[in-house]
Design a protein around this ligand. Structure first.
Ligand code: TEU
Length: 549
């Protein structure tokens, strides 16, 4: 087992974490100020979303200089201080590398667009005519450049131009930049949409949006192996790839050690269970059986193939999980704990997204003016142009917008939730006075203490890292039941995903009153001895360690 296979990673969205300077947006010194909190929580590593120089059109995922800190976040000295101070507390820092595309303000693009024979022209992807591929943020994936009379490819916003990875000079520049950060002391990389970097040379099209052609594209494994040789080899780094619309087979290849590519992969299939017919922008309940099936298939598949999962419910692109798969009203605390337990006992490396450990909820913003996200604003405009009603659009946006997860971290009950002395760049949810760090630190029954316990358990319960996953009662419509087994022992993990009590009958080989039962964690104060017939209270969740003697 590698160290990172026993680690827990905490994700920081620095724009919304803490402003040390008292600005509308957070900064790196704001992260430094909260390191003691993160150390207390027990996390091993911080993934901080991009803070490099950027026009911030997509909140830093549009980088214009890979070697400079964006002034809104501070200076290179602040970054060095953060690496050093985190290191003193045994915490690594994972840098978010966005190299599928750059901002069009990057000098490479400025050069490239200036003339057809500029040496940087081939850093990007140009065509005389667009094909029918669509941008993930809506509309065509091609933008016309009048000066040179060609179109450039952008799989995301038109200000995010896709790099041409088939050009060896592009790869050389990317690897050089990554070595620069490695040598500065970062402990690893989170690679943004890294499975989209290899586009087929003939740009094929059919009647779809085109993603099937460039997802996990023709040379992606070769390029990642080259990255491994040129950046990772001989260094102790945790590298996680964000894989968009990927497959299990590819994720095994990306993450199994023999491939010499990455440590682990994120995928999003389990977060499309509330996209009816894969339509994101529709308000819909989630499909619980699909959620269990998808997560279970990935558990068994990755384990069989020797791959490694990055486990997560939340990130800066997703709504808050307690509002999504739990209950953000009267059952908020118990359901947030249940969701934490259900995820942390899976095989893989768990990620906790800032505020998730408090059970933060979606903010309930019901007016488009409250939203900042480029994707949300693009979609609202496109839907309106297509004739869909504002009421329908807002219903979907309130449920699905990425801004649901981007509101400021709730530190305390003071103005702006203690995030900043200044009015924040995006609204603070009304429940910040009740749901915040200061309050939960003092409450041993809080979601925060439950997460701290989950994080600590990963060090003491070996089966959390290496136990074999087996789903029980896959057809049960309310309960997700699974075991992790090995060394003649077993963890039994039971989770009621709903607000009504219910029962499940477990196989006799899994549990009996004759077995030695030890309660590992639970979200109710008492936990009676169990046998095959288990009764669970609303959103109840617990884990038992079982042995035969
Ligand atoms: O996200 C890539 C991605 O595919 C998404 O999760 C995306 O937000 C979703 O498809 C939109 O519906 C990454 C970053 O995490 C995201 O913040 C960036 O906007 C995106 O890449 C472009 O760099």
């Amino acid at each position: 087992m590698q160290d990172w296979q026993r680690s827990v990673i905490y994700q920081i969205y620095p724009k919304s974490f803490h402003s040390h300077a008292g600005n509308p947006t957070g900064d790196l010194l704001g992260v430094v100020a909260k390191l003691d909190y993160l150390h207390w929580l027990g996390v091993d590593c911080l993934w901080i979303t991009p803070f490099l120089r950027s026009p911030q059109r997509d909140n830093g995922y549009d980088i214009s200089d890979y070697y400079a800190i964006d002034p809104s976040y501070g200076t290179m000295a602040d970054c060095e201080l953060l690496i050093a101070e985190a290191g003193k507390r045994g915490i690594k820092l994972m840098l978010d590398i966005v190299v599928n595309h750059t901002s069009i303000e990057h000098t490479w693009f400025q050069q490239a667009r200036s003339s057809l024979d500029n040496p940087y022209r081939d850093f990007y992807i140009w065509r005389d005519q667009p094909n029918n591929w669509e941008s993930k943020f809506g509309g065509s994936a091609w933008e016309y450049e009048a000066q040179t009379g060609q179109y450039y490819l952008h799989l995301f916003d038109h200000t995010q131009a896709d790099l041409n990875w088939d050009n060896p000079q592009v790869r050389a520049e990317v690897f050089k930049m990554m070595r620069f950060w490695r040598d500065k002391g970062v402990g690893g990389f989170r690679l943004d949409v890294i499975n989209l970097i290899s586009k087929p040379a003939d740009f094929p099209e059919d009647n779809t949006d085109g993603r099937r052609f460039y997802t996990d594209g023709p040379h992606v494994h070769d390029y990642l192996q080259q990255m491994h040789r040129e950046v990772f080899e001989g260094h102790d780094l945790i590298n996680v790839g964000e894989m968009s619309s990927t497959s299990l087979e590819h994720c095994i290849r990306y993450s199994r050690p023999e491939s010499k590519e990455l440590s682990m992969t994120f995928n999003f299939h389990h977060l499309k269970v509330d996209y009816p017919n894969l339509q994101k922008w529709v308000r819909a309940d989630f499909d619980f059986l699909a959620l269990k099936r998808i997560l279970s298939d990935w558990q068994t598949g990755m384990q069989a193939g020797g791959g490694w999962n990055a486990l997560f419910w939340c990130n800066h692109d997703q709504p808050r999980v307690v509002s999504r798969f739990g209950h953000d009203g009267e059952h908020r605390v118990v359901s947030a704990k249940m969701l934490g337990t259900a995820l942390h006992f899976l095989q893989g490396t768990p990620f906790v997204y800032q505020g998730e450990e408090l059970g933060m909820t979606n903010p309930g913003f019901d007016h488009i003016d409250q939203y900042r996200d480029v994707e949300t604003l693009n979609i609202f405009r496109l839907k309106r142009e297509a004739g869909s009603s504002d009421a329908d659009n807002m219903a979907a946006i309130m449920q699905k917008s990425r801004d649901n997860g981007r509101t400021p971290m709730h530190w305390n009950a003071e103005p702006n939730a203690g995030f900043s002395a200044a009015e924040p760049w995006i609204g603070v949810p009304a429940n910040a006075a009740q749901i915040n760090v200061a309050h939960q630190l003092d409450d041993p029954e809080s979601v925060l203490h439950h997460y701290r316990q989950l994080i600590a358990l990963r060090r003491s319960e070996t089966l959390m890292s290496d136990g074999v996953y087996r789903q029980l009662s896959p057809e049960h419509t309310k309960i997700w039941a699974y075991v992790r087994e090995g060394h003649g022992e077993r963890l039994l993990v039971l989770n009621n995903f709903y607000g009504a009590p219910c029962e499940v009958e477990l196989p006799p080989d899994v549990i009996s009153e004759a077995m030695v039962q030890r309660l590992v964690i639970s979200n109710y104060p008492d936990c009676p001895l169990r046998n095959q017939q288990v009764f669970l209270r609303p959103f109840e969740s617990f884990v038992l360690h079982l042995t035969n003697h």
